[in-house]
Design a binder for this molecule. Structure first.
Ligand code: ZN
Length: 306
């Protein structure tokens, strides 16, 4: 912290050009429109709201635990996952690989969805999940009639199963889904590739108060997405998750009403590996949580036979 910095006075009105960190007094350099400015000296986050500049208190971080080689290993395995993708990693050209602290709003979100549809319209749809887990999940949501049919099919053994199911009638399903998530919303506008949209969640039980000294000298990004906007995005994602879950439980989804509720969130600086690669000339990326070592999101070829 620079010496001799006095705490700033309350700042009314438009963004001042000589803004100082409310925590340590160091000068801040907000680019225009920045909603979350990370102090270069102490790491405190100053938010720009209608009330002026304030230090945001609910500011946490996750430790980075994955080294470069591990990240590449995780990314390579993810690329090769699947029957037709075995050699994708070997046949891809690695591009830029960057680890930095990216700010995410963690928005607690609950969603209730009432849906109606039909099950069993296609032959074999009832018991032919791709995994046992999917079969179980499918069965759990079925109406009693089809449950009985499925269990009769199971008792009859594998050979008879297909026949029994083809004779099953179309069953109406009317059900309610209730889900809750801590949805991460990337707080940097334009960082769409850093936004997981498949249900990834950070291990926020392992969070700690943000401490610049614990970032290991990695870049700590500021943000420009305010919490209210993040809540809107979280609600939209929750709606998508509920619809996906409903489609999993029926063969034909006829109607669905989704009611998402978002709660006040907190700001998490998460260490994220961003890995670019090119496969057959097409540029793609993989996003890895450097705390858990999990792939957060990414792009990979639908299949690759060569
Ligand atoms: Zn500061």
């Amino acid at each position: 912290m620079p010496p001799g910095m006095a705490p700033p006075a309350a700042v009314p009105g438009p963004l001042p050009t000589s803004l100082r960190c409310n925590s340590c007094g160091a000068p801040l350099n907000p680019a225009s429109g920045m909603a979350l400015i990370v102090c270069d000296y102490c790491g405190a986050v100053t938010t720009m709201g209608t009330a002026g500049a304030q230090v945001f208190q609910k500011h946490f971080m996750l430790d980075s635990r994955i080294a470069n080689e591990q990240a590449l290993d995780v990314g390579g395995k993810w690329l090769n996952k699947g029957l037709f993708r075995r050699k994708v990693a070997e046949r891809s050209d690695l591009g830029q690989v960057v680890l930095k602290y990216v700010p995410y709003w963690i928005i607690p979100t609950q969603v209730v969805a009432d849906f109606q549809g039909t099950k069993g319209s296609g032959a074999g749809a009832v018991v032919h999940g791709t995994t046992r887990g999917q079969k179980a999940a499918g069965a759990a949501s079925l109406a009693l009639g089809i449950l009985a049919a499925a269990s009769a099919a199971n008792r009859a053994g594998p050979a008879a199963r297909g026949v029994t199911v083809q004779q099953a009638q179309v069953i109406r399903v009317r059900d309610r889904i209730q889900l809750s998530y801590n949805i991460p919303i990337v707080a940097v506008r334009g960082y769409t590739k850093f936004q997981p949209d498949d249900g990834f969640q950070f291990n926020i039980e392992a969070k700690r108060p943000f401490d610049k000294r614990a970032t290991g000298g990695l870049e700590v990004m500021s943000g420009d997405v305010a919490e209210a906007e993040a809540k809107g995005q979280a609600a939209a994602l929750a709606q998508k998750f509920a619809e996906r879950e409903a489609k999993r439980r029926v063969d034909t989804l006829e109607s669905i009403q989704v009611y998402p509720t978002t709660y006040d969130g907190e700001l998490l600086h998460a260490p994220v590996w961003f890995m670019e690669y090119a496969h057959k000339g097409k540029s793609m990326f993989i996003l890895i949580d450097s705390h858990s070592g999990q792939v957060m999101d990414g792009e990979r070829p639908a299949f690759s036979l060569f």
